[in-house]
Write a protein that binds this ligand. Sequence first.
Ligand code: MLT
Length: 263
Amino acid sequence: MQLYTRSAGEGLPVVLLHAFPLSSAMWLAQREGLSAVCKVITPDLRGFGGSVLGEDEPSLDVMADDVVRLLDREGVDRAVVGGLSMGGYVTMALCRRHPDRLLGVILADTKAGADPEAARSNRERIAAEVLEEGTSVLLREVLPGLVGQTTVRRRAMVFGRVRGLVQSAPPTAVAWAQRAMAGRPDSFDTLRALKTPVLVIVGEEDEITSPAEAGAMVEAVPDGRLAVIEKAGHLSAVEQPEAFNRAVSGFVAELAGGSPPRG
Ligand code: MLT
């Protein structure tokens, strides 16, 4: 199993893992905007974009191991690893299983708690429906929460782009990922044990993984900092890429021992 990956830039390796049910296409503005300050590595998680799904049972651990195999293939010993929402869950699985591969961690619009029972059965319902009738259930139930009210009201092109990505998600990958996310454990102990710096990012209008949940992660990690992205919802990196990139490049500069850029 090899993940299809798009990379840009040189220098400190920064891996960015995409949200559900998207692909590395969501990181277009990060590949463009961050390639001047680091090497941006954006894989398609298994089943999405250009990566095949394979035969493994649904598990975030499997997804985390895929990412480590990608680091091996790229000759990268340690990297900054970050992810948005589902990508954040995969990042936390990687923190649990491969902490020695980390230089820093970015957790964007994600949460450390496990799913309550009702959320788990809802994921199973969506998995079954998507396998039966395709992505229409995602357009009805998932898409509306992905972006914030400001984007819905004022940024029709951004909303349209997200809609297109959701619509083209492969049903088998969607079902597999829903089942993988349903099985994830609570990650607060993993966060407490982290030895590397952590940047937590959240859109102020995020209704799926709230600013309060971001605050709880910052509190849990020994060395955390928080960036709240104004006028953005759950997909903060897509909705307000400049502000998102500023937060990431400041973190990269900090890790590299320089001072964060102004502004
Ligand atoms: C995501 O954006 O990746 C999803 O909202 C994650 C989830 O369903 O918990």
